[in-house]
Design a protein around this ligand. Structure first.
Ligand code: ATP
Length: 229
């Protein structure tokens, strides 16, 4: 038992305008666990992260944050220990050092996570490689010691070695108590570090379990992705 969930969705639905994009979600993340949220394009993964983070208001059901029900905007959740890493979150006109300063992160904390950023401290965000940008985004999020990390496609389009590097950093932070919910396209790689998995299709959770339990259905999960590309 890892104690009370950091975040919990109960019969949660959310969307844009009148139509829910995700419905009847029951999802939880506990301290110390890495949870993968998988599913094809358009399944509603980003919408799920946005409503959990407070960026979207629920249309039905509820979100409990640290055991308490109720909606609060993302900026407040951020102060309370929720880190959201969305699409590339690097300021392209600021160098790495200033990107860290804007995030109120001490450079040495970020460098302890990703020493490879040291030689890029004076490089503009827009000149960093995709992998370096994601290391910077993740370093900025993790250096503030969040309780929960919600990350949307951290490793999109990155080389396999960089993907491993980012996922390993999340796993190590979780081993120190962080809870993480990761939307990932690299199904096999994220299953190597995840404790549990939710598979979303058409806005609903259609499978859940440990990577071991889902291993036999990997081909089905992956082909559902391909069918949507
Ligand atoms: P992808 O991997 O393509 O990002 P996803 O699983 O993250 O897919 P969402 O981005 O949550 O899925 O999108 C789910 C559905 O909601 C899609 O049909 C999409 O067109 C719609 N949608 C997403 N964002 C908005 C928005 N801001 N306004 C209206 N509809 C939206």
């Amino acid at each position: 038992d890892t104690g009370q969930p950091l975040i919990e969705a109960r019969a949660l639905s959310a969307g844009y305008g009148a139509r829910p994009v995700v419905s009847d979600l029951d999802i939880e993340v506990r301290p110390g666990e890495v949870v993968a949220l998988l599913g094809p394009n358009g399944a509603g993964k980003t919408t799920t992260l946005r409503v959990l983070s407070g960026d979207l208001t629920p249309m039905g059901g509820e979100v409990l944050w640290l055991g308490t029900s109720g909606h609060a905007p993302l900026h407040r959740r951020a102060r309370e220990g929720l880190a959201y890493v969305g699409e590339r979150a690097v300021f392209s006109r600021l160098d790495t050092a200033d990107n860290l300063r804007v995030g109120r992160v001490r450079a040495e904390r970020a460098l302890a996570l990703f020493p490879e950023l040291e030689k890029r401290m004076k490089t503009g965000g827009g000149m960093l490689s995709g992998g370096e940008q994601q290391m910077l985004s993740l370093a900025r999020a993790l250096s503030r010691d969040p309780k929960l990390l919600l990350a949307d496609e951290l490793s999109l389009g990155l080389a396999p070695l960089v993907v491993d590097r980012l996922l390993r950093a999340v796993r190590e932070a979780a081993d120190q108590g962080l809870g993480a919910l990761l939307v990932e396209q690299h199904v096999r790689k994220v299953l190597d570090i995840a404790d549990r998995v939710y598979v979303l299709s058409r806005g609903r959770v259609t499978m859940t379990g440990t990577p071991k339990e889902l291993r036999g259905q990997l081909d089905a999960i992956e082909s559902s992705y391909l069918a949507n590309h």
